[in-house]
Structure formats: C-alpha cells, structure tokens
Design a protein around this ligand. Structure first.
Ligand code: DC
Length: 238
C-alpha cells in the first residue's frame, strides 16, 4: 500500500443479491459524497466476456484467472471498455449474467480479481458494491451494508429492467433464474453471499431508491462523526 497507508481511504461496502438495487444505491451514495464507485460485479462480467472472446471454457479455472488478471478494462463516463471495445450493454445480457455466476464460483478468479478491486480504493473515498466487499475485499470498510429485498420485489425490478430494454421475458422465468443465481452465489466455496455480522441490514422491499440512499448516508455520517470524536479524544489523552 505504501503511500496509501499513510492516508486512510474510507470505504463504504454494499453487498447483496442480484437485483436488490445495490448498484443503483451504491452509485448514488458515491455521487452524493463525491467518492469513487466500484461495481465489482462488472469485473466478474468483464472476465466472462473476455474469456468468451478468447475462447476460454467456463470450466477452465486457471485460464479464467489469467484472463481476470490480464484483461484490459476501463471504466469511464462514456461506459465500460474491454480491450478498447465498448461493452456497456453486452455486460448486462441474461446470457452473460448466467455465465458469470459460474465464472465467479472459481476461487482462482476471485483471487485474481482481489487486487484489481482494491486498486479502486483511492481518495477521497470509495463506495463498492458486490457480494463480498465488506467480508473479503475491504474487511476494514468504514460502513458495511447488506442490502436485500424479497425475491418477488427483486424479480419485479429485474422484469421491469428487461422490459425497458425491450428484452421480453416471462415473470416465472425471471423468478426462477434469480432463485438459481441466489443458490449458486450463496453456495460458492469462496466468499459465498451472506449477511455478515458487522454489516447493517437494509431490506429495500418497501423503500424508494432515495430512502435507501438516505439511510446509507445516515450510517456513514454517524460513523464519520464517531470517528471524529474518537480522534479528538485520542488527541487530548493519548
Ligand atoms: O452484481 P452482479 O449481478 O453484476 O454480479 C454478477 C455476478 O458476479 C454474480 O453472479 C455474482 C458475481 N459476483 C461475485 O461473485 N462477487 C462480487 N463481488 C460481485 C459479483
């Protein structure tokens, strides 16, 4: 970490299952605070796309890990690029989503992405969303949130997203696919998706995006002011 370790960079970790709204909430929290934003799921999705482009099988764990380590990616205001190609839309297809939950189950892929994810931790701060942000990638995060919603609410949100994109799907299939993905994400051998004890739990089923964002910002402010008080006390009585 070198110079970074001298100035601690704050992190807000937001974990949760597919279609829980964590990406939207995390991006808005980052915007409100002027922090960087890491969509860690995008890194896993990029690994899948890069592997497909290089004809690497989804069962080839070392091959996938090598792709995860070496792929050329760029997140910009104009979208996400893989080896210079705009893949913003391609990342989000149902096909890539399904393949990615298999790719993400390989321990060597998670290990290969670990340092890349930590590289996003830069001043003035980072909001990171994923499955294991608070447990594995940033265990010292200042605020950890486990954000979820009922399966029905998540399925409705995903269904609406698909319709808006003109991608027609049956509600029953959307529910079934989410259920399958939840089961895979929760049972993977490394960093399975789970609510860990030091995270705040936020059920967004009955909440608007604004309410969820406001709650995370409240937790952040509480933490920041407590840290400020501790620093003051430390200064007066070392
Ligand atoms: O959040 P998402 O739907 O974009 O994630 C895509 C896949 O990547 C999903 O199957 C879970 C996996 N993933 C993971 O295993 N760990 C993360 N930190 C983020 C995503």
């Amino acid at each position: 970490m070198g110079a970074l370790s001298q100035t601690r960079v704050p992190v807000i970790a937001i974990d949760g299952p597919s279609a829980s709204g964590k990406g939207t909430v995390a991006a808005r929290v980052a915007q409100a605070l002027g922090f960087h934003y890491l969509d860690s799921g995008a890194l896993y999705r990029l690994t899948t796309l890069a592997a497909i482009a290089a004809a690497i099988a989804l069962e080839d764990e070392p091959g996938l890990a090598e792709v995860a380590r070496t792929m050329q990616i760029r997140f910009g205001a104009d979208g996400v690029r893989l080896a210079g190609r705009d893949v913003t839309e391609a990342l989000r297809t149902e096909e890539v989503s399904a393949a990615t939950s298999r790719v993400a189950a390989w321990p060597a892929v998670c290990a290969a992405l670990l340092e890349r994810q930590r590289g996003f931790r830069q001043l003035p701060g980072l909001v990171a969303d994923g499955r294991d942000m608070g447990s594995i990638v940033f265990p010292d995060a200042d605020v950890k949130v486990f954000l979820s919603a009922s399966l029905e609410t998540r399925a409705e949100r995903r269904y609406k997203q698909l319709m808006e994109k003109g991608m027609y799907a049956k509600m029953a299939d959307v529910v079934e696919e989410l259920r399958r993905r939840d089961a895979r994400d929760a049972s993977r051998p490394v960093a399975p998706l789970k609510h860990y004890p030091d995270a705040f739990f936020l059920d967004t089923s009955g909440l608007s995006v604004e309410q969820a964002v406001a709650q995370v910002l409240d937790w952040w402010r509480e933490r920041a002011s407590r840290r400020g008080r501790e620093t003051d006390r430390g200064g007066k009585s070392p």
